[in-house]
Design a protein around this ligand. Structure first.
Ligand SMILES: [Zn+2]
Length: 140
């Protein structure tokens, strides 16, 4: 997909309206049009990156550094007492728009959204092998 066809690039460019709550040199935050809870925001990099693992570390860091501030404002505005930060990376993980975006989802007691996944067990040999392969795959 070219950036010209990307809904989030078009929002960043002002070609599609959005309820923007924040913008700086690297990112923009706006209300999700299909919120899981009132105040659910998306944070997107202004540049087009299809997946989080393709983002330069400095841009990812600058974008993610805004999450505490945004989460605090979302909590304050919605009267929520917590929030989830969620980044679905790749179709298999639930990413629906192929432009990196971070969800900030306000939470309240009894909101019914849930969050629990089901932990698995891992034998020592598999865990040791995975640790090595992941550690060896880090390139600075
Ligand atoms: Zn895009």
């Amino acid at each position: 997909m070219s950036a010209g066809d990307c809904i989030f690039c078009r929002i960043v460019a002002g070609e599609i309206p959005a309820r923007k709550v924040f913008e700086d040199a690297v990112c923009m935050a706006f209300l999700d049009v299909a919120p899981l809870a009132p105040g659910h925001c998306l944070v997107v990099p202004k540049g087009h990156f299809g997946s989080f693992d393709q983002m330069p570390a400095d841009i990812a860091g600058a974008m993610l550094s805004r999450l505490p501030m945004l989460g605090k404002a979302v909590q304050s505005a919605t009267g929520s007492t917590g929030f989830n930060v969620l980044l679905n990376n790749g179709k298999v993980a639930g990413q629906e728009v192929m432009h990196v975006h971070v969800h900030v989802i306000p939470r309240k007691e009894g909101d019914g959204l849930g969050y629990r996944w089901h932990p698995q067990s891992l034998d020592d040999a598999t865990a040791d092998s995975l640790r090595s392969r992941i550690a060896d795959g880090l390139d600075g």
